[in-house]
Design a protein around this ligand. Structure first.
Ligand SMILES: [Zn+2]
Ligand SMILES: [Zn+2]
Length: 223
């Protein structure tokens, strides 16, 4: 579905996958593994474009429900994969991925690899705070993972927040399974300083209008 002019979301991939449609296509996250066919058919059937029009795949962080089939999509499109420097070694498989404690940690460490195998992808571009990628400004918002990022599109005033925050249709909440909650809170305060109309998160539904006003209110409620 088209969320705003030129900003699309591919439904049913279990971690939101967004496509920015301009001269080139930019993907933001690619959902869970085994969904590349769904993304490709959206591009061909709905957008009437070619998969090779994907020039950039930006990953908001290294979690499997965001990286999904980025490796396959990179292969079939020739796109460059970008991720923050601090998550690059986890997505490439050079370092073991840090997982939250308790039962959730066991799901990350044992169940997901069992179901999906290793889903690594070699990043082509490593991002840092303030970098511009495909017209989007990178904002380093660590806490959920060390290299979690938000991406701001100044032309549409949309902020893509990955798993930093989510909107479930009635309230804003922090993304679950974060590695460092106090760092997450600092990161939310960081994005509360930006003016944006629409917040698009890795799960949940779009928050609009006046998304930044609502995020600012939420940030005030944090310790
Ligand atoms: Zn995540
Ligand atoms: Zn997620």
């Amino acid at each position: 579905m088209e969320i705003a002019p030129g900003i699309h979301q591919v439904d049913g991939v279990n971690g939101n996958c967004f496509i920015i449609v301009r001269d080139d296509l930019t993907l933001i996250d690619t959902g869970m593994p085994k969904n590349s066919a769904k993304i490709v058919s959206y591009i061909q059937d709905i957008l009437k474009r070619k998969p090779t029009d994907i020039k950039t795949i930006v990953l908001t962080h290294f979690h499997i429900d965001h990286v999904g089939d980025a490796g396959d999509l990179k292969k079939l499109s020739g796109a460059k994969v970008a991720i923050h420097e601090a998550d690059a070694d986890y997505v490439s498989g050079r370092k073991a991925q840090p997982a939250p404690g308790g039962v959730k940690g066991l799901i990350f460490k044992i169940l997901i690899p069992l179901l999906f195998g290793s889903r690594t992808v070699e990043p082509d571009i490593t991002l840092n705070d303030g970098d511009i990628i495909a017209g989007l400004t990178t904002i380093h918002t660590p806490g959920h993972t060390p290299g979690s990022i938000c991406l701001f599109d100044p032309s549409s005033k949309i902020l893509f927040v990955g798993d930093l925050l989510r909107f479930n249709g009635s309230k804003i909440e922090m993304g679950p399974s974060s590695l460092d909650t106090s760092e997450v809170q600092q990161s939310i305060k960081k994005i509360a300083a930006i003016d944006f109309d629409i917040m698009l998160s890795g799960h949940g539904v779009p928050l609009r209008p006046d998304a930044s006003v609502k995020v600012r209110e939420f940030a005030k409620s944090l310790p």
